[in-house]
Design a protein around this ligand. Structure first.
Ligand SMILES: Nc1ncnc2c1ncn2[C@@H]1O[C@H](COP(=O)(O)OP(=O)(O)OP(=O)(O)O)[C@@H](O)[C@H]1O
Ligand SMILES: [Mg+2]
Length: 314
């Protein structure tokens, strides 16, 4: 089976409220795809529709080319962590997993394998009801891995994890993608997805705002931001401006340059014998790149909020 999630033209209303408004994207194998966007954007609803837990009014959602409802052994096709609180509190973690495995015709050996994968060995005989949120997330991940599925979907798996857990989770997600699986992970914190996600699907108001590789996004955001430190500031400004760069003096001996790559800046200063002590390129964080990408949407939101206030005042 191909490892993909394909979501196409999903629309879903809750009463008068449009939760999904043409949601369309594909999650490719061998990659971690970050699923991000503001509260209420439709991330969890999309995941629930993929799993057949919510019915869409329009559109299709396929896992490995098939609707979820048509999968004979769904846990072997897609593993999902949607709500870490959803477990039987009085059962031990191991029994919870055994019960799940049994329902899908999977073995106890598989249960022990996922316990080890999720790092739960030391706590697995305890009652799941006493688990911290981070431990519940790990238990949910163990459950998602039971059927060794080619597709994984996790809704805010970093939620409630301590720093060590976050580092573990990032490595774990990377390794799943490295094994060729398709991995969709929602998160609110770009910092969690930095160095983890290969691809980003950014959503707002029930549809996709941007669907981009993280590498492209970061290089676009980092472009044009070069700092030069030089004691001969005005000479440097002249040379670089002449070459077509936009140059701003941003300190007594620093210039900020856009419109030229760093190697070009170094070459130009060298050719003109302008001394400099430093040329550095700014590397945008995923957070900065995301803010840049969604700033129009945010302005749109702010404007819409004003409209509502006016309406309320009327
Ligand atoms: N069962 C429901 N009944 C009514 N409205 C719902 C229901 N589930 C979701 N919604 C609404 O649908 C919209 C999308 O919600 P959803 O939970 O999918 O967003 P989200 O992107 O997961 O947000 P968050 O980042 O807060 O988790 C929201 O406006 C939400 O209030
Ligand atoms: Mg959600």
């Amino acid at each position: 089976m191909e490892a993909t999630i394909e979501v196409s033209g999903l629309r879903k209303k809750f009463g008068p409220h449009l939760a999904l408004n043409g949601m369309t994207f594909t999650v490719e194998p061998g990659q971690v795809t970050g699923f991000v966007g503001p509260n209420g954007a439709g991330k969890s609803t999309t995941m629930r529709v993929v799993l057949g837990l919510d019915a869409a009014d329009e559109g299709t959602a396929l896992v490995g080319g098939q609707p979820y409802a048509s999968l004979r052994h769904p846990l072997s096709h897609v593993g999902a962590l949607l709500d870490a609180a959803a477990l039987q509190p009085s059962r031990s973690a191991r029994n919870h997993l055994l019960w799940l495995a049994h329902s899908q015709g999977l073995t106890a050996r598989r249960v022990d394998a996922v316990i080890e994968q999720a790092g739960l060995e030391s706590v697995v005989r305890r009652k799941a009801g006493g688990f911290s949120l981070g431990m519940r997330q790990r238990l949910g991940i163990a459950a998602a891995m039971l059927g060794d599925p080619p597709v994984l979907m996790m809704d805010e798996p970093f939620n409630g994890m301590d720093p060590e857990g976050i580092v573990w989770m990032r490595g774990f997600l990377r390794s799943l993608a490295g094994q060729g699986r398709a991995v969709l992970v929602s998160s609110h914190l770009m910092s969690e997805l930095q160095d983890t996600a290969d691809h980003l699907v950014v959503v707002g108001r029930g549809k996709v705002i941007a669907d981009t590789s993280v590498r492209e996004l970061l290089s676009a955001a980092s472009r044009d931001r070069i700092t030069v430190r030089t004691t001969t500031r005005s000479e440097a400004m002249t040379v670089l401006a002449h070459a077509g760069a936009t140059v701003a003096a941003t300190g007594r001996d620093t210039l900020t340059i856009s419109g030229l790559p760093a190697d070009r800046v170094v070459a130009l200063l060298g050719e003109s014998a302008v001394p400099f002590s430093e040329v550095s390129a700014h590397h945008a964080s995923l957070e900065e790149a995301y803010m840049e990408l969604t700033k129009d949407e945010v302005e749109f939101r702010a404007a819409a909020a004003e409209d509502t206030t006016e309406e309320a005042a009327r």
